[in-house]
Design a protein around this ligand. Structure first.
Ligand SMILES: *Cc1c(COP(=O)(O)O)cnc(C)c1O
Length: 391
């Protein structure tokens, strides 16, 4: 390998040109924001006059929000009494909402990557909460929150986007303390991985991953028990606990019941989202979507297994994500350089999670991504690596 092989951005002359016959039809493989399909973009154009630039308090946009709520109710086959609540700020905002409106005194967390840990940090910096119980596992492995009778909430990610590890979603501590809420961060899982919502009290996510929308919104599927908790905390603690409006789940529920949000939402984001939910439901819903993600992910894991230079980062096949695939490359082949060559050919966002610091590719295989394009991606990676090592 030459010196120049270590540069992350190859100069013009260095760029490896992939034969167009190998290129995927769509080169977006990001883990979020992720691919937005053409019909979603067309939906924006189609609704130029009746939705874009119109009031979110009037019936057209409220119908849009109502369609999203109904569509998700169908997609997740919601148990009786569960409600689809939404607001502005994304999953990161929802962590603070949970700290203000859902965790009463203390939560027990699982942290096995950056996103799980970020929620722990939010709780530990909340002045009125006790120090969290935290069960940790190293990147690439899995743990669940420790059973803790003094915790009133159990919190963990369904899919750790920074490492490509998927966790089970179950009421694992049932019988110990029936009062604890189960709060599951589903941001890169919802819409891609199978789930039984009855096993959660809040299943929350941002829509720019499997739902192929834009960022800035949070959606939380809440059990009656979670809504009760939020209502009680806000009415009981309103003397001691400052709950800013944007962190009030109760206010979000009140607005969501009227097909509205507390403050103005991005209407284009809602249009993208409705279009995607309708498409997913037409294709066959969650079972279709998760089977498709399965197929793409298993293809990549098996390709890596047979490759001379790539291997799955997550050792245990049972916890490998089927929405975000992480692959380590041989030390002799720079993943940064592979990504730069792919990027120059229109294949984007295949880089690993920066803070993980590994020689790694990370590939989002959400339902919008064609399994056929995933096969093509593997051929392009092979092409780039073969030409890199020829020097
Ligand atoms: C992307 C992601 C988040 C953060 O989402 P934002 O919309 O940026 O707030 C949180 N949790 C997980 C698991 C994610 O993948």
């Amino acid at each position: 390998m030459t010196q120049s092989a270590h540069n992350t951005a190859p100069s013009r002359g260095d760029t490896i040109v992939i034969d167009p016959m190998y290129l995927p039809k769509d080169g977006r493989f990001g883990s979020g924001p992720s691919k937005i399909r053409r019909t979603q973009v067309q939906a924006i154009e189609n609704h130029m006059y009746d939705l874009l630039g119109t009031s979110h308090r009037q019936s057209p946009v409220r119908t849009l929000v109502g369609d999203i709520q109904e569509g998700l109710t169908e997609f997740f086959n919601l148990p009786e009494g569960y409600e689809v609540v939404l607001g502005n700020g994304g999953a990161t905002q929802f962590w603070d909402i949970a700290c203000a409106s859902l965790i009463e005194t203390k939560a027990s967390f699982a942290s096995f990557g950056s996103f799980g840990q970020a929620f722990v940090n939010a709780a530990n910096s909340t002045p009125f909460l006790q120090n969290s119980t935290v069960s940790t596992a190293s990147a690439g492995s899995l743990t669940l929150p420790a059973i803790d009778d003094s915790a009133d909430a159990y919190c963990w990610p369904h899919n750790e986007t920074s490492t490509g590890v998927a966790a089970p979603v179950t009421r694992f501590a049932q019988g110990h303390d029936s009062n604890a809420l189960y709060l599951v961060d589903a941001t890169s899982a919802a819409g891609a991985l199978p789930v039984d919502i009855s096993q959660t009290d809040v299943y929350y996510f941002s829509p720019q991953k499997a739902f192929g929308s834009d960022g800035g919104l949070w959606i939380a599927i809440c059990s009656p028990k979670a809504i009760e908790r939020a209502e009680r905390i806000e009415s009981q603690h309103n003397q001691q606990r400052w709950i800013p409006s944007m962190l009030s789940l109760r206010k979000a529920v009140t607005n969501s019941r009227k097909q509205q949000t507390l403050n103005t939402p991005a209407i284009a984001t809602l249009i993208f989202l409705r279009e995607q939910i309708q498409w997913l439901n037409e294709q066959g819903g969650l079972s279709w979507a998760s089977e498709r993600c399965n197929q793409s992910a298993e293809f990549l894991y098996s390709w890596a297994k047979h490759s001379r230079y790539a291997r799955a980062f997550v050792q245990d096949p049972a916890i490998r994500s089927h929405s975000v695939v992480t692959l380590d490359l041989d030390e002799t082949i720079s993943a940064d350089e592979v990504c730069a060559h792919l990027h120059a050919n229109g294949i984007v966002d295949t880089f690993g999670y920066r803070k993980l610091g590994r020689n790694q590719l990370r590939i989002g295989v959400f339902p919008s991504v064609e399994p056929d394009d995933v096969v093509r991606l593997s051929e392009c990676i092979d092409w780039v690596v073969a030409h890199m090592t020829q020097h």
